[in-house]
Design a protein around this ligand. Structure first.
Ligand code: FDA
Length: 396
């Protein structure tokens, strides 16, 4: 079998690249070892797929080479994907500023991509594994469970390591290493934190409670990253958008510094409350600013349920620390099992940011999450998958 292009990975980036190359007249085959295309799209955004973020800029991405993503993101913008979604009459909603989700189901995005692939004449081979990729003159040769396939170009769109049960594998990194490319250290990101025994038990008691916080990561006395979003207590530890976001900065041993009341100046608000309502319980005041279960729990953690009048100035300061700069050292993260993305990946130094071709080997390309380009939470990772897929597909 011979194709102009073989794409390994029928995920977001691979399908987008395939349909773009197909419309450009290339004979394209997409191979995936999974039994369904776009499994991560299907499970994304709680089944509704946060398919883009209208405010996407290169600053929303982590990479050893922060300039690498600029070109593709500039050429294929969120408006372009929205236009595609609208052409397929898929209803969508803006859940948070800029974050667009399907109003109905993520299945519609996968169906849209497969329909476009079909219209573009792309063939999709599922349940097909690739055992070897090798150079073959000016082209490439793949050994697969369906036999030998020759291709003018191979596009590696295998994604990252998160959620192995959904088909994730390190195969893209293996191919990169085989052809002499570096792979930067990979880490699970956009992932909940786990806690040690005492804090784990406390989080467990509060499972389901959420509140808006501001969070930093602390390492060597310095703050890294800052997000103001909801925190969610879970049976295992801490989750919610604020925790998923800051996990991209977190390394083992780091502390989190959490402002539980980012909208309140705690010492002056407490001092005013002590002056105006001295007989009120501290926990009653806390529950004006925090969910009641959390307010009660915090009172118990610090063994205090005094009236406001009983608080000394020194105690006001202690409460400032507890509420505005609560420090906690996670035991770890939930890891690849639940991480939404992989930080790190194929080093972009030897890859063209315009065509995604490997320097000196233009018949081999890498796109999407397999590369060392990782977005923040909020639709950026899909925008990267679409943009890198289109840029590569147009150049094939
Ligand atoms: P992707 O992982 O989509 O596709 C890779 C494909 O390669 C898979 O189909 C896989 O089976 C295949 N493959 C792997 N190894 C192979 C091998 N050896 N042989 C053949 N095929 C192989 N992002 C976002 O922007 N908005 C959101 O709402 C969410 N939500 C979300 C929820 C959850 C639970 C997860 C896990 C992730 C998200 N993401 C997200 C992240 C987003 O899903 C991710 O960044 C993109 O799917 C990456 O697209 P790729 O095409 O690069 O990889």
């Amino acid at each position: 079998m011979t194709y102009d292009v073989v794409v390994i990975g029928a995920g977001a980036a691979g399908l987008m690249c395939a349909l773009t190359a197909g419309y450009a007249g290339r004979r394209v085959l997409v191979i995936d070892h999974a039994n369904k295309a776009g499994k991560k799209i299907l499970m994304s955004g709680g089944g509704r797929c946060n398919f883009t973020n209208m405010a996407t800029t290169p600053a929303n991405f982590f990479s050893g080479n922060p300039h690498f993503c600029i070109s593709a993101l500039k050429r294929y913008r969120p408006e372009h994907f929205v236009e595609l979604v609208e052409r397929h009459a898929i209803d969508y909603v803006e859940k948070a500023p800029g974050q667009l989700f399907c109003a109905d189901s993520a299945k519609q995005i996968v169906a849209m991509l497969l329909t476009e692939c079909d219209w573009a004449g792309v063939e999709v081979a599922l349940k097909t594994s690739v055992t070897r990729v090798e150079r073959c003159g000016e082209g490439m040769r793949l050994l697969t469970s369906q036999g030998v396939i020759e291709a003018g170009a191979v596009v590696v769109a295998c994604g990252g390591l998160s959620i192995p049960t959904m088909g994730a594998s390190g195969f893209g990194y293996d191919i990169a290493r085989q052809f002499g490319l570096a792979v930067t250290e990979t880490r699970p990101a956009l992932v909940p934190f786990t806690l040690t025994s005492q804090w784990k038990a406390r989080a467990n008691d509060l499972a389901g409670v959420a509140c808006e916080v501001s969070v930093h990561c602390r390492r060597d006395g310095r703050r890294h990253g800052n997000y103001r979003e909801p925190l969610l207590f879970t049976h295992r530890g801490l989750s919610g958008p604020a925790m998923l976001q800051i996990s991209s900065y977190w390394q083992p041993g780091d502390e989190l510094e959490i402002d539980l009341m980012p909208e309140v100046d705690v010492p002056s608000a407490l001092a005013a409350a002590r002056r105006d309502t001295p007989r009120r319980q501290l926990v009653t005041w806390l529950s004006e600013h925090l969910p009641r279960r959390l307010a009660t729990a915090i009172g118990e953690w610090y063994g205090e349920s005094p009236t406001l009048a009983q608080l000394s100035n020194a105690e006001l300061e202690a409460w400032q620390q507890r509420l505005s700069a609560w420090r906690i050292k996670p035991a770890g993260t939930e890891g690849w099992r639940t991480a939404e993305v992989t930080l790190g990946g194929v080093d972009t130094q030897a890859i063209s940011s315009k065509t995604f071709a490997v320097d000196d080997l233009p018949q081999l390309r890498f796109i999407g999450e397999v590369l060392d380009v990782t977005g923040e939470l909020g639709g950026y990772n899909f925008q990267w998958a679409w943009a890198s897929g289109v840029a590569c597909g147009q150049s094939l």
